[in-house]
Design a protein around this ligand. Structure first.
Ligand SMILES: [Zn+2]
Length: 379
């Protein structure tokens, strides 16, 4: 009986030892599997400084990883508006949220935006009732919606910086940006004289900035000269549409501004989309002629041009025009729930800043002022 008990005891001890050995074996296997997993994730080839995720896991870290120049404020945004001689406000179907503004609507339209921090606007004129002719008489007549709008805006919003687009296409019967000879070619000399007159009229009316978008040769020099001759060169800046490409992205704008050419196209004076050389030469020429600020138009498809021009002329503020087609694509895609509007717009603006833009001219300015710049901090 005692022997049996002894045998059972020995058996029991043996079983326990075997179990312990088994468990030890399993533990070793687990440890091996952890080592193997570690080896897979942290291979000797992945150096600590190659790990990027550790630098961007928190919104504040994401900010720190972005160049400070990618950020933007209301100072970095300019809002294009269309003023018209029509009696009623008109909705632009192709560009939801964009309107043609009669003079009587300007103050009530701008007031909330100025309260939200709007710093600058770019004014375009649209003729509804006034006639168009070969010289673009109403670009700078006393009935011109632009000239009248400048007076109203200066009275009500003295701190708002007013830039005026200077061109002929919205005011001439043929809808070209310069004056056209009988044979259909552009008369460059006559065009820049007329463009300079219009710029002077806007400057006399109180514009802070005149922005020639016509792409005639020598127009920046002609405008600077006429401003100097009239003792205005110290208080009116010239923002040149330096690298303005002959882009298909302008489609919606031409409908808004009623400025599509009646014959031919603008490829004889706007830049071919594939050209880098002409863009750089145009910017260098405008610098030489005295431009205060340069512009690239359109924006997103031309980030390389923005970078090249900023690198070539870092001393000059660079504007980028996020044009009507860019606006319409994002707006309509968002309306169909294909993209998230605010985040996508913010991304486009940040990327233009990254490329070198100092100020972005965008129809999204009200959205960004309201929903992005004034929103609570993310962290
Ligand atoms: Zn034009």
């Amino acid at each position: 009986m005692l022997q049996i008990k002894e045998v059972n005891k020995e058996e029991k001890v043996k079983q326990i030892q075997e179990k312990e050995e088994e468990e030890e074996e399993e533990n070793i296997d687990d440890a091996r599997s952890i080592v193997t997993l570690k080896n897979i994730i942290y291979t000797p080839n992945l150096k600590a400084k190659h790990i990027l995720h550790s630098g961007i896991f928190h919104p504040l870290l994401q900010e720190w990883q972005s160049k400070s120049s990618n950020n933007y404020d209301a100072f970095n945004l300019m809002y294009p508006i269309f003023v018209t001689d029509a009696e009623n406000i008109e909705i632009v179907k192709s560009m939801p949220g964009v309107y043609r503004l009669p003079l009587c609507w300007i103050v009530s339209f701008l007031e909330p935006l100025v309260k939200e921090g709007l710093k600058s606007i770019l004014v375009f004129g649209v003729l509804k009732n006034l006639s168009k002719d070969v010289d673009g008489y109403h670009a700078d007549s006393k009935y011109s919606p632009v000239i009248q709008a400048i007076g109203i805006i200066k009275d009500y919003f003295p701190n708002l910086v007013i830039a005026c687009d200077v061109c002929l296409c919205s005011y001439t019967s043929l809808g070209h940006c310069g004056l056209v000879r009988g044979d259909g070619s552009i008369d460059n000399n006559a065009s820049i004289k007329r463009i300079a007159q219009i710029a002077l009229a806007y400057a006399n009316a109180g514009a802070h900035i005149v922005a020639p978008s016509d792409m005639m040769d020598g127009r920046v020099g002609a405008i600077k000269n006429i401003l100097m001759d009239n003792d205005l060169s110290h208080k009116v800046a010239v923002l040149s549409y330096s690298a303005k490409f002959a882009s298909s992205f302008y489609g919606p704008f031409r409908k808004v501004s009623n400025s599509a050419p009646l014959m031919g196209d603008r490829k004889r004076y706007q830049l071919p989309p594939g050209s880098t050389g002409l863009a750089l030469r145009a910017a260098a020429r405008d610098v030489e002629e005295g431009a205060d600020m340069l512009m690239v138009k359109p924006g997103l498809p031309y980030l390389d041009i923005i970078k090249r021009i900023k690198d070539a002329h870092p001393e000059y503020p660079l504007f980028v025009y996020q044009v009507s087609g860019e606006y319409a694509m994002l707006r309509h895609a968002a309306d169909k729930n294909i993209i998230k509007l605010l985040e996508t717009v913010h991304e486009t603006i940040s990327c233009m800043r990254r490329a070198g833009a100092d100020c972005i001219i965008t129809y999204f300015t009200p959205l960004l002022l309201k929903a992005w710049l004034n929103k609570p901090a993310k962290y």
